[in-house]
Write a protein that binds this ligand. Sequence first.
Ligand SMILES: CC(C)(COP(=O)(O)OP(=O)(O)OC[C@H]1O[C@@H](n2cnc3c(N)ncnc32)[C@H](O)[C@@H]1OP(=O)(O)O)[C@@H](O)C(=O)NCCC(=O)NCCSC(=O)C[C@H](O)C(=O)O
Ligand code: MG
Length: 275
Amino acid sequence: MPPAHPPRSVLYVPGDKPRAIDKARTLNADAIILDLEDAVAPEHKSAARDHIRHALQTPWPVPVLIRVNALNTPWEHDDRELALTAGASGIVLPKVEHAHDAHALSLGLPLWAMIETPQGVLNAHHIAAVPGVTTLIVGANDLSRALRTQPHPDRTPLLHALSSVVLAARAHGKTPLDAVYNDIRDIGGFTRECQQGRALGFSGKTLIHPGQIDAANQAFGVTVAEAAEAQALIDAWDAARAEGKSIATHQGALVEQMHVDEAREVLALYAATNR
Ligand SMILES: CC(C)(COP(=O)(O)OP(=O)(O)OC[C@H]1O[C@@H](n2cnc3c(N)ncnc32)[C@H](O)[C@@H]1OP(=O)(O)O)[C@@H](O)C(=O)NCCC(=O)NCCSC(=O)C[C@H](O)C(=O)O
Ligand SMILES: [Mg+2]
């Protein structure tokens, strides 16, 4: 199922936890990633594939993707076969480092490439340019480890990488999704990180627990007040244009065509997420 709008909230669900998979069906995340990689121990990979195949036999209300194991792992062949035949909405490929990695998993399905290594960040522009790649996801756990950064509440050590991923995705019209927040008890910290991610230009956030969904939907969504403000700006523009003016002001600020386009996008996201 194609997403109606860029996903605000994308929940990882371990492929070897059928109870969590069943629960995910009832949650209000905008998309689901059924995981075969880091959430699943090697001895559970095979059972996880069976659970995922079974889960995809019944329709889902939102797009469901499969995160396969990285290229050149012992699971690559079986994961690829599942990805090709299970009926997923797309494939999430971890540890993409080069454009040819994305080409290697070109299965005719939308590919969400995880940028979670230094090489991946440096090559994000080339990865985002691959036609089948629709989305870039930051994997901050792997990236922090590879960069030897220290945890920081404002993610200062990762800011360059985070912005590089946004830049690469936006340059190619692809969707950038922010990394997971590991402390499932700390909704305040999670909400602040969502707000930071939105400010940096991400469209949404990847999640690990149902308790994170509402905060992500709110942070990356449009409030009633934001929608009203967008409409007021458009009204000011329309009034100015009706008077033959080329530009307008709204509440003392300059309004040009790009602000109107932005306001229309805000209204479109509001409409798509408030049906
Ligand atoms: C982190 C968890 C292991 C915590 O699990 P648990 O202790 O069971 O949490 P709760 O008791 O609070 O769970 C309450 C109910 O919610 C269900 N649940 C929990 N998590 C999920 C989920 N992700 N999807 C669907 N449902 C979920 C529980 O089953 C309970 O249900 P019920 O019993 O019916 O009431 C756990 O949350 C978890 O496993 N999360 C996902 C971890 C994961 O997927 N990790 C891999 C992706 S993140 C990653 O790899 C990062 C990236 O690559 C990087 O490098 O940064
Ligand atoms: Mg990772």
